[in-house]
Write a protein that binds this ligand. Structure first.
Ligand code: TAP
Length: 494
């Protein structure tokens, strides 16, 4: 049953209240299953960003001085509220993004709650250090919040990314101006509402749906925002770095990927087939860490594909709100068309489509669906083996030796997620060591946990989400020197 539209929050959340945009502008958010409007959502402009920054500035002094355990308690309460409202959040997420409801229920909602809970517990455990300096002095460090933080998130995991971005920032005592993607704002607005219910003071979090080119760009430029954390495409990441230069913002970037998923000749084939399908087809392949380059040792390539291709063809596409659905639509029609354009890109360079390659017809023709698509590329330098497609589209490459596998795996500008399948312990650790990547999964793929650092190298960005690393990203170090019983140095003594 669809959500009643009246219950969906569709205004901006500024200073603890839902308000219209100053301009009065709105934008329809669509259900990607059939492209019908779900709600008309307020569209933030520069004036709204200014209002949000002013509210965050007012809230900051008290929020940063609140006992860390009390800040943590609010996040723990929020985690409970997310679970208590889990079914509603799951449906909202599926309606707005196209995530199959089984994933929204079993992954997105529990992971969002777990992340807020983890950082709620972390708030009063992240501490400075005492440094052994010369005799007579005491030197210690304070971990202080950065200040007003801008956060810009994409449309592929809008609910989960509220927690990845906001939880560590809040635990560390920062105030936030967040912009969700214009096409998927609904779950983030509901989270903002739940935050108020959990006791978050007004102004600490401000949620501003709006266009990237307007509100997002202005957040990146804003002279009173001290840090910008961004997840999205590498091209936009580059724009953000340029926009941030005005006040030398701290920048954290989580960008694209072209994950190598390497299957060696000694792998447990059944496990590798299943894990590789998960690596690329979960969330319709719309994941920066997707295993989008399926690298097969030539000795097992045929046997692997004999199982993998029927599996890909058997994936049940359908309405995301149906519990039987295994793959929903892509999140927008524009993105569906972009993903499908890569079929021609592959063919133009001699690639062969082994499965899928189109949109399903029938009941799904009105939606943003793409069939699970498997393409064999001739070279690892072909465009489909280099560029992020960000859909249910996997590029198969073969290799003859471990050396060649490493050359292919490290042969893109990206370096985010990566995986390998082998029974050879030594090879597993050697390959993990040599992969140019922020994350490596051995005999598995796409595991995440709030305690485990998440981020990339090269064109995949810099900085880390999750764990203690995320707390470091959202704090700055102050070094304090105390003269306990040292002699005043002899210089300039009269
Ligand atoms: P982006 O343009 O990178 O969008 C991500 C976020 O940045 C959205 O909230 C977007 O707002 C905002 N944004 C856009 N231009 C901005 C600017 N100049 N300043 C500040 N913020 C800005 O991604 P996209 O166009 O939606 O997708 C294009 C491709 O990016 C995808 O096909 C995929 O390859 C990649 N992508 C990667 C990721 C991850 S997780 N790494 C996520 C999404 C997309 P609006 O959406 O409201 O414009």
């Amino acid at each position: 049953m669809p959500m009643p539209f009246s219950s969906i929050r569709h205004q901006l959340f500024i200073d603890g209240r839902f308000v219209d945009a100053e301009s009065g502008e709105t934008l329809a958010t669509l259900n990607p299953h059939d492209n019908t409007p779900i709600a008309h959502v307020a569209l933030a402009g520069k004036a709204d960003v200014d209002k949000a920054v002013a509210a965050a500035k007012r809230a900051f002094p008290a929020w940063r001085r609140m006992a860390a355990a009390d800040r943590g308690r609010i996040l723990l309460k929020l985690a409970d509220l997310i679970e208590a409202n889990g079914e509603e959040l799951a449906r909202l997420e599926s309606l707005d993004t196209g995530h199959p409801i089984r994933d929204s229920r079993r992954l997105d909602v529990p992971r969002t709650a777990a992340c807020f809970r983890y950082f709620g517990g972390m708030a009063d455990k992240f501490q400075g250090e005492t440094i052994p300096v010369e005799e007579g002095f005491l030197n210690y460090t304070l971990r202080e919040p950065v200040g007003i933080v801008g956060q810009v998130v994409p449309w592929n995991f809008p609910l989960m990314f509220t927690s990845w971005k906001m939880a560590p920032a809040l635990a560390a005592g920062n105030c936030i101006v967040m912009k969700p993607a214009e096409i998927t704002p609904l779950s983030s607005l509901r989270i903002a509402e739940l935050m108020a219910e959990a006791g978050l003071p007004p102004g600490v979090v401000n949620m501003l749906p709006g266009l990237g080119s307007v509100a997002g760009q202005y957040i990146a430029e804003h002279p009173e925002i001290a840090k910008i954390a961004f997840t999205g495409s590498t091209a936009t990441g580059r724009r953000i770095v340029q926009a941030s230069a005005g006040n030398l913002k701290k920048v954290q970037l989580e960008l694209g990927g072209k994950g190598p998923n390497i299957v060696f000749e000694d792998a447990n084939l059944q496990a590798a087939v299943n894990g590789s399908a998960w690596a690329i087809f979960h969330n319709q392949g719309q994941a920066c860490i997707a295993g989008s380059r399926l690298m097969l040792h030539e000795k097992i390539a045929d046997a692997f594909l004999e199982q993998f291709i029927p599996l890909a063809r058997s994936i049940r596409l359908g309405n995301p709100l149906d519990e039987q659905t295994e793959m929903g639509p892509l999140t927008s029609a524009q993105h569906r068309d972009r993903v499908l354009s890569y079929v021609e890109v592959a063919q133009a360079q001699g690639g062969e489509v082994l499965a899928g390659g189109g949109s399903p017809g029938g009941d799904l023709a009105q939606g943003c669906y793409v069939q699970p698509t498997v393409v064999h590329a001739r070279s690892y330098q072909d465009r489909v083996a280099q560029e992020e497609v960000f859909g249910p589209f996997v590029t198969v490459l073969t290799f003859k030796s471990d050396e060649e596998a490493m050359q292919i795996a490290n042969g893109t500008d990206y370096g985010l997620g990566s995986g390998l399948w082998t029974r050879d312990l030594q090879r597993a650790h050697k390959v993990a060591r040599d992969l140019h990547a922020g994350m490596v999964w051995i005999n598995s793929y796409k595991r995440v946990n709030p305690g485990s650092p998440f981020g990339g190298v090269g064109q995949s960005g810099y900085g880390r989400e999750m764990g203690f690393d995320a707390m470091r990203e959202y704090t700055q170090v102050k070094s304090v020197w105390v003269n306990v019983d040292a002699q005043i140095p002899p210089h300039f003594v009269r």
